[in-house]
Design a binder for this molecule. Sequence first.
Ligand SMILES: [Zn+2]
Length: 200
Amino acid sequence: MSSSAHLDRLIEALQVMPGIGPRSAARIAYTLLDHRRAGGLELARVLQEALSKITLCPCCRNYSDGGFCALCSNVKRRQSGLLCVVESPADVQAVESSGTFFGTYFVLHGHLSPIDGIGAEELGFPLLTERLASGEVREVILATNPTVEGDVTASYIAAIARRYQIKLSKIASGVPFGGNLDSVDEHTLATSIKQRRAFD
Ligand SMILES: [Zn+2]
């Protein structure tokens, strides 16, 4: 039998973390209790604040502290007319780290997957359509992951962009098929963006 109901609850709660099962959760719980109580309390405060205050930017759907995110608030980025469409916030970070792109983004938070109930609405297509209709975007760079689902999603976005006669391009190969944008190194991704080709 367990020595503490609080400890049991802590071990169970820690398993919300990806890749953390009961054994790892127990190890983390003992480490926090034995050596890192102050750090653990700080983590609890930061978690509480981050999870209650971080929302989606109403322009690009990346995470923001409320209202427009820092990238969308940058006038020069908006004026560039470049819009890079990615599947996840981690992909935005990867493209930013490559240092080759100075425009704005649109974050889908996934890809079309009818079987999982993920359709146009879930991916924010109505908001994306609004942005494309605004006249602010002159080129859409499709940077969905090189997977079957990512390609299908890119084709749907291309169809929307064509309605507004917006130039379309797709990041060049270099990201292996089936891989993720955020799993390739910065140099490869930078080349892939620089050598983007027209999407037809
Ligand atoms: Zn934004």
